[in-house]
Design a protein around this ligand. Structure first.
Ligand code: DC
Length: 229
């Protein structure tokens, strides 16, 4: 059994950047579960399957196999053997991932894969339901969040740097709507596990948050008498 760290939280809180860095410092395997949902979403788009259509979804999922691997320590995600890591960050895939990840059949497809990885390795896994559903016995759970205003400002800056026109108010409204949807969906809603450490990154730098998680992990590892304890 590996040492398991679960990192959950809303979109835009800096989860993936921080999780990747903390995993590297701890020499843990970083597992980005969002990429798995994105790969399934791409599979559904290619099959023109509507996730709300139960029968069409079940049919499409039978032909979809998702796996992950690592190249130079960087996670790659495979859809039926094809490396689709470069194809899953589009707006179209984001929208489909948001719809399809609310479907129980889609979540069920990924549960075993995520649990198997955590059973074999020391993992830092990030997502929405890792501490609450996937790894309820994780030795360390982090709930990483930031205010709507901060997350909107970060996104605004990112879009401006890419030369895309946007309005801060519109981004704020989008984030609020997405939070509401994630926290109120029927299957695996986003919520903080009771035993999770809550970190609000609104007024913290990436370095500060990373350091805090690394320190907490080292303390827990010591308490449990080593990684495999
Ligand atoms: O973190 P991300 O933006 O790459 O996630 C993509 C989508 O998948 C997003 O709509 C949230 C969803 N997701 C989820 O429901 N459960 C997870 N463990 C990870 C992501």
């Amino acid at each position: 059994m590996g040492f398991n760290i679960a990192v959950d939280g809303p979109a835009g809180a800096g989860k993936s950047t921080i999780a990747r860095r903390a995993a590297k410092e701890l020499s843990f395997v970083y597992v980005d579960t969002g990429a798995m949902y994105r790969a399934i979403a791409l599979g559904l788009l290619r099959r023109h399957a509507e996730p709300e259509d139960e029968a069409a979804l079940a049919d499409a999922l039978e032909g979809i196999e998702v796996n992950i691997g690592y190249e130079d320590g960087v996670q790659q995600v495979y859809l039926n053997g094809e490396n689709v890591s470069g194809l899953i960050r589009t707006e179209e895939v984001s929208r489909m991932a948001s719809r399809s990840s609310a479907r129980p059949q889609v979540r069920a497809k990924l549960t075993d894969l995520q649990r198997d990885l955590a059973a074999r390795e020391d993992v830092l896994m990030d997502g929405r339901d890792i501490g609450t559903m996937i790894l309820p016995h994780a030795q360390l759970k982090i709930y990483l969040t930031a205010s709507v205003r901060t997350r909107a400002q970060r996104r605004y800056k990112e879009l401006l740097e890419r030369g895309e026109a946007c309005s801060l108010e519109e981004i704020e409204r989008d984030i609020e709507a997405r939070d509401y949807q994630d926290m109120h969906r029927e299957t695996a809603p986003l919520r903080q596990a009771e035993d999770a450490v809550r970190i609000d990154s609104s007024d913290m730098t990436v370095d500060e948050v990373t350091e805090r998680i690394v320190r907490l992990a080292r303390e827990r590892m010591e308490q449990s008498g080593g990684r495999c304890g």
